[in-house]
Design a protein around this ligand. Structure first.
Ligand SMILES: NC(=O)c1ccc[n+]([C@@H]2O[C@H](COP(=O)([O-])OP(=O)(O)OC[C@H]3O[C@@H](n4cnc5c(N)ncnc54)[C@H](O)[C@@H]3O)[C@@H](O)[C@H]2O)c1
Ligand SMILES: O=c1ccn([C@@H]2O[C@H](COP(=O)(O)OP(=O)(O)O[C@H]3O[C@H](CO)[C@@H](O)[C@H](O)[C@H]3O)[C@@H](O)[C@H]2O)c(=O)[nH]1
Length: 429
């Protein structure tokens, strides 16, 4: 099948590569010229494990270009994967979706299945349908389908190919789309969940809000455990054998970040308030998360009250391991807060770059050794494998001080102490 994927970001590129790998002919378009140039020269403008290789493998079925009238006109299936960021009020900014809808309307002459993969608030897909009709498009010429994406950065390809479900939201008068989507995804062995347009939109937000809730819940429990000298890991181990709880998404630390959880919880809060429903629990989830970085900073200040003039090495910039994405990264927020304390911050990440212009007292270093050399304190802010399995004796030699702050609960305090270093964490005995 000929598919036009609009947007060459994490979701668009992964979708394009996976759909090409499933045997479809895919045209991936983006408005950013440099991205298209990079893709056409064999580079991938973001880091996602396996993506470059999958694109190379399927290059004969994959083209990259600016969004042209012709590209949209000739594709019977259009997949929208553009960004849906937060506006300052928390409401989802649909500017990119709106511009795609305008472009589709200009090129819609033959029947099309318009699939929305971007995460959009309840009511958006129906709005797309109505907008196209208002623009004079015959409703017989298209169907709008909500097909939210559940991939995680770092494991995007596997998550898409081994999906635990494929959610399809459609209008009741749409008799064509389910068969078309089943055809597109026929090689993926996952149950289809067919629901209304807003039902699919709500499934996506509910999934992210539930996972964010688990994280804030365990972070709150860790705060209590910290006061009673209880290791949070022991508590998680103790509760997670119960299948009703499960061990997943119960890793305590500096909180959730990334391009999805913060903005999607905000958006759901906004959608809720818009209909006069008080989102008490969702707001509490946000409130815990927004104070996690300060919790770690205060722990550090309790041990080392004056950070002025100190050198702090922060290991990790990305919002989680195995990605170069720094959107809403708690590690970046921590670096920012530390820099405001008047200390010198050196930062290192295997893939990510500091998003803000480096300040006089904040420097990203190219190697671990250069980052840690002369540091009074080392903070693990993103749990990359290589930080979990550091050669601590070497690290100790490079450091001036001896304090290790584990902001991701990812290292063994006993092991650190055995190397002659001091360990600081929340709810770690
Ligand atoms: N990143 C994830 O892990 C993830 C997972 C599931 C769902 N989502 C959702 O998927 C959507 C995309 O997320 P992302 O992280 O891939 O975004 P992104 O910001 O990485 O990429 C979006 C791309 O769309 C392009 N674009 C914007 N307007 C365009 C237009 N009119 N025509 C062509 N291209 C255009 C941008 O230039 C950009 O390259 C969002 O709604 C997000 O919430 C993201
Ligand atoms: O137990 C945990 C699990 C995660 N996190 C943090 O939570 C954030 C999000 O992590 P993760 O969910 O692994 O990454 P994303 O790539 O943002 O994926 C989420 O957001 C995507 C976009 O909507 C969805 O598609 C995915 O299903 C959903 O997991 C990161 O900062 C993690 O460090 C924790 O603090 N503790």
């Amino acid at each position: 099948m000929d598919i036009c994927v609009i947007g060459a970001g994490y979701v668009g590129l992964t979708s394009a590569a996976v759909l090409a790998d499933l045997g479809h002919s895919v045209h991936c378009v983006d408005t950013i010229d440099e991205k298209i140039k990079a893709l056409n020269s064999g580079a991938v403008p973001l880091f996602e494990p396996g993506l470059k290789e999958l694109i190379q493998k399927n290059r004969s079925r994959l083209t990259f270009s600016a969004p042209t009238h012709e590209m949209i006109e000739k594709s019977p299936v259009i997949l929208i994967a553009v960004g849906t960021p937060s506006s300052p009020t928390g409401e989802t900014d649909l500017t990119f979706v709106q511009s795609v809808v305008d472009r589709i309307a200009d090129a819609l002459t033959t029947y099309k299945t318009i699939i929305t993969k971007s995460t959009v608030p309840p009511g958006t897909n129906e709005w797309i349908h109505q907008t196209l009709i208002q623009k004079g498009i015959n409703p017989q010429l298209f169907n709008v389908v909500s097909n939210p994406e559940f991939l995680r950065e770092g494991t995007a390809i596997q998550d898409m190919i081994e999906a635990d479900k494929i959610v399809i939201g459609k209008r009741t008068d749409d008799t064509r789309s389910v068969a078309i989507l089943k055809d597109i995804y026929q090689k993926i062995d996952a149950p289809f969940i067919v629901t209304s347009l807003s039902g699919a939109e709500m499934i996506k937000y509910t999934s992210n809000a539930f996972l964010a809730t688990k994280i804030s819940f365990i972070n709150e429990i860790a705060r209590i455990c910290d006061k009673y000298d209880v290791a949070i890991e022991d508590v998680v181990k103790g509760i997670s054998t119960d299948p009703r709880i499960s061990p997943h998404f119960l890793q305590a630390g500096i909180g959730y970040g990334g391009s999805c959880f913060p903005k999607d919880v905000r958006s759901l809060v906004h959608s809720s308030l818009k209909k006069n429903v008080q989102p008490t629990l969702l707001q509490a989830v946000q409130s815990v998360n927004q104070t996690q970085v300060a919790l770690y900073l205060n722990k550090l200040l309790a041990v080392s009250p004056n950070l002025t003039g100190k050198t702090i090495a922060v290991l990790g910039i990305a919002f989680k391991p195995n990605t170069d994405d720094t959107r809403y990264s708690p590690a970046v927020a921590l670096i920012q807060k530390l820099s405001e304390q008047g200390c010198s911050v050196t930062a290192f990440d295997p893939k990510a770059h500091l998003p803000f212009l480096q300040k006089a007292n904040v420097k990203q270093k190219p190697t671990l050794e250069e980052t840690v050399k002369g540091a009074d304190i080392v903070v693990i802010a993103t749990e990359w494998e290589e930080f979990i399995h550091l050669d601590w004796l070497n690290l100790k030699k490079w450091m001036k001080g001896d304090l290790i702050v584990d902001a991701r609960n990812c290292i063994d305090p006993e092991h650190i102490r055995q190397q002659g270093l001091r360990y600081l964490g929340v709810a770690k005995s």
